[in-house]
Design a protein around this ligand. Structure first.
Ligand SMILES: Cc1ncc(COP(=O)(O)O)c(C=O)c1O
Length: 362
């Protein structure tokens, strides 16, 4: 079964976008105003500073609470991840990642012909990587790619768990990439950079919490000497999108109120999806409560393949994603549902889920 193309989906104006972990709420007025002002003053005719506007870099560090670090503004978090992986590839022994996970960093180090060790976490306690699993495979100069909260399951690492992983990294002089794309949705997120600043790269995104996915803006944050290794030859020396940076500055300046509203809507929506799954008995939530703006539902007991469930949802104009994109080993067992979206979309999701459950039961 082939996945629908995003371009085709863009031509469906009534589609409920619940498959990309993006945010689809009314954006903060100050963010829209900043973009409008940027267009009106024709800033798009200019290049931005190579590492990003100073104000934006300061705000990112403030938001993370890492005053001694440095920030490089990238073309989405993925632009930063690409550069981290390709710069480090010659000196690392392997990349360690999880299944399920997010596939791109493994592919990026693969360009440098480096091996990738994939650890299964779907059935592990807490559905996340453990230090014990990593200890079995770690070698000197590994690169541990830690997604936290974990896309696609929504599991969160505690500070103790991170400390145990850091101890292994320190012993083996390994690097850690702490992918914090979904940090803003979590309750009580801890930063590896606070425990192991000497070899940790933290990646940051504006796509999810601020809803700027199409503007392509993110950052890599690290100790100044470490970051300097990347920024000596950055992948975007002419600067990340200028209008996006203006929007991000406005978003960070008003983040308190926005995050409170966003988290409230997200929590309500996660609850609604959990309720409909429980009520219909169609599937089972994998990690509850998810600490991200999505949750995974295991559909293996329904008799349907995850791609089949998604295709049926799309007939109801609701886009959700099969696990196959992010999990070669378990992907046919689960679907992922994004929840930082209008409540009305979630209501439609619930109706569609119920209809599919009824159809299968009949
Ligand atoms: C774990 C993870 N890292 C990075 C990204 C990329 O984020 P950005 O849109 O900032 O490039 C995504 C996007 O889905 C993601 O899920």
């Amino acid at each position: 079964m082939s996945a629908p193309s995003f371009e085709d989906l863009l031509n469906r104006p009534t589609l409920a976008w619940m498959g990309q972990n993006t945010t689809h709420l009314e954006p903060p007025a100050a963010v829209v105003d900043a973009m409008t002002a940027s267009v009106a003053s024709r800033e798009f005719q200019l290049y931005a500073p190579p590492l990003g506007f100073t104000r934006l870099r300061e705000l990112i560090l403030e938001d993370l609470g890492l005053p001694d670090a440095d920030a490089w503004v990238t073309d989405g978090a993925v632009g930063g991840l690409y550069h981290v992986c390709t710069v480090l590839a010659p000196e690392i022994s392997q990349l360690i990642t999880s299944d399920p996970g997010w596939p791109w960093p493994a592919r990026f180090v693969g360009l440098g012909d480096k091996p990738v060790t994939v650890l299964d976490v779907y059935e592990q306690p807490g559905a996340k990587l453990s230090a014990a699993q990593i200890a079995e495979v770690i070698e000197p100069r590994s690169l541990i790619y830690l997604i936290d909260p974990l896309n696609p399951l929504g599991s969160l690492y505690s500070r103790d768990e991170l400390e145990a992983i850091v101890a292994l990294a320190r012993e083996t002089e390994s690097y850690i990439v702490h992918d914090c794309t979904y940090r803003h949705f979590a309750e009580g997120h801890s930063l590896v950079a606070e425990l192991y600043p000497e070899r940790t790269f933290t990646t940051y995104s504006f796509s999810k919490w601020l809803g700027l996915a199409g503007l392509r803006l993110g950052a890599v944050v690290a100790a100044p000497e470490l970051l300097a290794r990347l920024t000596a030859v950055p992948s975007n020396p002419l600067g990340a999108p200028i209008q996006a940076q203006r929007a991000a500055i406005a978003g960070l300046e008003g983040r308190g109120e926005w995050l409170e509203m966003l988290r409230g809507v997200n929590r309500r929506n996660i609850g609604a999806v959990e309720d409909v799954v429980a009520r219909t008995g169609f599937g089972a939530v994998v990690v509850s409560p998810s600490q991200a703006n999505f949750l995974a539902v295991d559909v293996s007991a329904t008799g349907l393949h995850s791609e089949d469930v998604c295709a049926r949802m799309l007939e109801h104009d609701v886009f959700v994603r099969p696990g196959t994109y992010q999990s070669p080993h378990f992907g046919e067992r689960f679907v992922k549902i994004s929840t930082s979206v209008p409540e009305e979309w979630v209501d439609r999701f619930c109706e569609a889920w119920t209809a599919i459950a009824d159809g299968v039961a009949r």
